[in-house]
Ligand binder design. Structure first.
Ligand code: NAD
Length: 479
């Protein structure tokens, strides 16, 4: 199947990028060249900025109800076209087609929820303390044009969170999807275009990430920056945003612990752990990484976990029956090997996987290591791939201390059937999102975000909308 041609989306038109540098997109399932395109030139970025400024002037004045109508017309189109968009997504990203389809449908749900909330942005009246003041109103107004940067692991959901929040709040937005998965984002932009979104309200640019982010963030047109990706890049963009006094939301990496207590339903826990660990080949920021299991249940957990991982079917995401697709880039394969070899050299035990598959494409098998010492890189660095670390623990205090020891704080999970233990885990796990007895912490209706090095601010849920607004006080005295 051919890949759609990739253009920039500037001022309501799909146009060729004017950079002389070209971006190549390869199919991660076999390494073949899917397409090649020209990225954004400096002039394209200036055009995008001018357009978003005009787009904001238009869109921020459109009635919330009308914004809702246009946005939901676009999501209806996304749903109508979901099967075709999902094929594009799988071709460029590699995940199984059924997962791509769910992701695209969920992207429409994410945007719909934000659009709904956009109709309900309520102002608050505060009783005046001076006799001459008639009213004090605390309003939520759109923050202004947003510059957003999304990675490659969820090519429709991550743009959906950013553009859903911005558009529902009345902001314009320029989005830079990851260069490898831009076609999916452009299909979403096409749905907004076809739904009648005014020119300039949404822009899509790709090319040289550092050049694009430094240009957009430094521009006085941009009011807010939103980034999803790795901690180092998130910190770099945060510094840039701070220098220019821009609002900033950062959704960065994680290294999620899972504490499996002695009283847990092990069979149910393992089933969910296998799904959550290897979904999207582990390329999920909230993916569980460190599995800490009470020593009395460790043998039982290990046997079922390894059997579950070994039974997963790896393959081309386009093939029916595939459960785990390839990694996104060849360099990610090399990174997996470096991390695994380092852990093995330091004394970890390999329970399954551990070596790239001998076939075309970037396939790394589900891999489980036990007893990786604290100084192994894998204990500190987010693998962002199909690698799980297994370890036993004796007391809950010890498990919590280990779970909280890293600078990450995105998601954390616990399995227990004891109410008091569930409360203890919920209270003491240091993370923006805690899942007890399941992994479903990322929903359209709930805020997604981390603490510590995992970032700040939220997307999705009401908080995702509020993050695209500014508080404005209007105080009226009788003249
Ligand atoms: P990377 O840090 O090079 O890139 C991640 C994303 O950031 C890419 O989309 C890239 O285009 C973008 N990016 C990089 N430099 C940028 C810049 N200066 N300005 C704007 N955007 C920039 O990492 P990678 O090798 O592609 O992916 C591996 C790492 O990325 C993983 O270790 C993981 O931590 C992280 N990651 C995190 C998430 C997440 O959801 N939190 C998603 C994808 C990747």
């Amino acid at each position: 199947m051919s890949h759609p041609p990739i253009h920039l989306y500037l001022d309501g038109a799909f146009v060729e990028g004017r950079s002389t540098a070209r971006v190549q997109v390869r199919n991660p399932a076999d390494g073949s060249l899917l397409t090649e395109y020209a990225g954004a030139s400096p002039a394209d970025l200036q055009d995008a900025l001018a357009a978003t400024e005009r787009g904001f002037a238009t869109w921020s004045r459109v009635l919330a109800l009308e914004r809702f109508r246009i946005i939901t017309r676009a999501t209806a189109l996304i749903r109508e076209r979901a099967a075709a968009i999902a094929r594009v997504l799988t071709l460029e990203q590699g995940k199984p087609l059924a997962e791509s389809l769910r992701e695209v449908q969920l992207a429409a749900d994410i945007i719909d929820f934000l659009a709904e909330e956009g109709k309900r942005l309520a102002a608050r009246g505060v009783p005046p303390r001076s006799p001459g003041v008639a009213s004090q109103t605390v309003m939520r107004v759109p923050v202004g044009p947003v510059a957003a940067f999304t990675p490659w692991n969820f090519p429709s959901n991550l743009p959906a969170r950013k553009l859903g929040g911005a558009l529902a709040a009345g902001c314009s937005i320029i989005i830079k999807p990851d260069e490898q998965v831009a076609a999916t984002c452009l299909e979403m932009a096409r749905a907004f275009h076809d739904a009648g979104l005014p020119k300039g309200v949404l822009g899509v640019v790709m090319g040289n990430p550092a050049e694009i982010s430094s240009t957009l963030i430094a521009s006085p047109v941009i009011a807010k920056v939103s980034f999803t990706g790795s901690v180092p890049v998130g910190k770099q963009l945060g510094e840039l945003a701070a220098r220019h006094m821009k609002r900033y939301t950062a959704e960065l990496g994680g290294h999620a612990p899972v504490i499996v207590c002695a009283d847990a339903d092990i069979a149910a826990a393992v089933k969910l752990c296998v799904q959550a660990k290897f979904r999207n080949a582990g390329q999920v920021c909230a993916s569980p990484v460190r599995f800490l299991v009470h020593r009395s249940r460790l043998d039982e957990f290990r046997a079922a976990f390894v059997a579950g991982a070994r039974a997963l079917v790896l393959g081309n995401g386009m093939d029916e029956g595939t459960q785990v697709g390839p990694l996104i880039h060849e360099r990610r394969l090399a990174q997996m090997q470096v991390l695994v070899d380092d852990a093995l050299e330091r004394g970890a035990r390999l329970l399954c996987g551990g070596k790239r598959l001998d076939r075309p494409g970037w396939f790394y098998p589900p891999t489980i290591l036990e007893g990786a010492p604290e100084d192994a890189q894998l204990q500190q660095v987010e693998p962002f791939g199909p690698i799980g670390l297994l370890d036993g623990f004796d007391t809950l205090d010890e498990a919590l201390a280990r779970a909280n020891a890293l600078p990450y704080g995105l998601a954390a999970y616990g399995f227990t059937r004891d109410l008091a233990t569930a409360h203890r885990l919920a209270q003491d796990l240091q993370a923006g999102m805690v899942g007890i007895n399941h992994f479903g912490v990322s929903q359209p209706e709930t805020p997604f975000g981390g603490i510590k090095d995992s970032g700040y601010g939220h997307e999705s849920g009401l908080e995702g909308l509020l993050g695209c607004t500014e508080v404005k006080l209007v105080s009226v005295a009788v003249a």
